[in-house]
Design a protein around this ligand. Structure first.
Ligand SMILES: *Cc1c(COP(=O)(O)O)cnc(C)c1O
Length: 367
């Protein structure tokens, strides 16, 4: 069986180094907050993203929540976002007591369609929240142009896009603030929960640092209604080790994607076609098929594990029925959600395994 994801294959490469880093934290007695591991990790991650500053937090969801607050989103404000994403993007908007307003995605890239944004802007709109889905950055130039013209903040959901690039600029460095997840399965994954907020705006970063630590300006001086949302030191230590290797792992993912593309492009099924000005980091490699469920079953029989990211778009989830959306509201999003299928994707996949996946897809598709 070819696994969809094998986190242990990566762990084996760094076992000794990461084990020593974890024990160093345990020995140190400093376990939470931006300490001896967290502080340098923030500087190293900011440099990696090409931004002035980064702040560690306890998850990607928290990163989005605190970034929206720091960007000035207030109760009752509207945030324009997409339904083609993991549910956390929407949840974070609701945690900020704001209203998510969904726009459709571009059929070619599956990211926010900038041509849909202006019709969704109202006097309550405060921010735009594009998602760099599967590791491909949204079309940031028109998004920033519209945001600047209307005085809106742009919060990038970079949870799947560590090191992704748009015209040479990295995810998180183009909007007013960027949000990362270090969930174990993400391209840069902790050994537990974690996230980060990145920005070039010192005011946003100052607010974020207070919000994650009980709204304190200094100890026991609570100037904001804050949260217990710090990154723990063991996770920071793990992330510092992994950050040294992420470029190699990303190139490994891109090599797997290139081999998939070479094998599948003649089949007449939908495969990712990133624009030439983007560096896709392939958190997910999804193909499209009108008979997605049939294809998934055949691949399972052939020994290939697959996933679906995501089968039900957020605007049609039961929990969010009160937002008032219905089937047909986001036709491109809904069409893609019924068709996409994620193939095995991790840096350590062997060329022979990739070829086996390609052959199984070809056989299933009748080629
Ligand atoms: C994973 C993910 C999140 C949430 O990150 P967590 O660390 O799991 O809280 C948010 N948005 C997207 C697009 C994600 O994939």
């Amino acid at each position: 069986m070819i696994p969809f994801l094998d986190l242990k294959a990566q762990y084996r490469q760094i076992k000794d180094e990461v084990g020593a880093a974890i024990m160093k934290v345990v020995d140190s007695g400093a376990y939470v907050g931006a300490g001896p591991e967290g502080k340098p990790f923030e500087a190293e991650f900011a440099a990696y993203c090409g931004v002035a500053d980064a702040a560690g937090v306890n998850s990607g969801t928290t990163a989005l929540h605190l970034a929206l607050l720091a960007a000035g989103v207030k109760p009752g404000d509207e945030v324009i976002t997409v339904g083609a994403t993991f549910v956390a993007t929407t949840a974070a908007v609701l945690y900020a007591n704001a209203k998510p307003v969904f726009v459709d995605v571009d059929p070619a890239t599956w990211t926010m369609d900038p041509s849909r944004i202006e019709a969704a802007i109202t006097p309550r709109t405060k921010a735009i929240l594009p998602v760099h889905l599967h590791g491909l950055m949204a079309d940031m130039d028109p998004i920033m142009e519209i945001a600047n013209r209307h005085g809106l903040k742009v919060v990038e959901d970079c949870a799947q896009a560590h090191g992704a690039e748009y015209k040479g600029r990295r995810a998180g460095s183009i909007g007013h603030v960027g949000c990362f997840s270090f969930y174990p399965g993400k391209n840069l994954g902790a050994y537990g929960e974690g996230g980060a907020i990145v920005s070039n705006d010192p005011e946003i970063m100052k607010t974020v640092r207070m919000l994650r630590d009980w709204g304190q300006a200094k100890k026991y001086d609570h100037v904001l209604k804050g949260f217990n949302a710090r990154l723990d030191e063991i996770q920071a230590a793990v992330l510092r080790v992994k950050l040294k290797y992420i470029e190699g792992w990303t190139e490994g993912r891109r090599a797997v994607a290139a081999r998939y593309e070479a094998g599948l492009s003649s089949l007449g099924i939908g495969i990712p076609k990133p624009p030439a000005h983007c560096r896709h980091v392939y958190h997910v490699y999804a193909i499209r098929s009108a008979d997605r469920d049939g294809l998934q079953a055949k691949l399972q029989e052939a020994g290939v594990s697959t996933g679906i990211h995501y089968p039900v778009p957020v605007h049609l989830q039961t929990a969010y029925a009160d937002l008032g959306y219905k089937a047909g509201d986001l036709p491109v999003t809904e069409q893609i959600a019924s068709e996409w299928l994620s193939l095995p994707m991790f840096a350590e996949l062997e060329p022979a395994q990739v070829d086996k996946v390609v052959d199984a897809v070809k056989a299933a598709a009748g080629n």
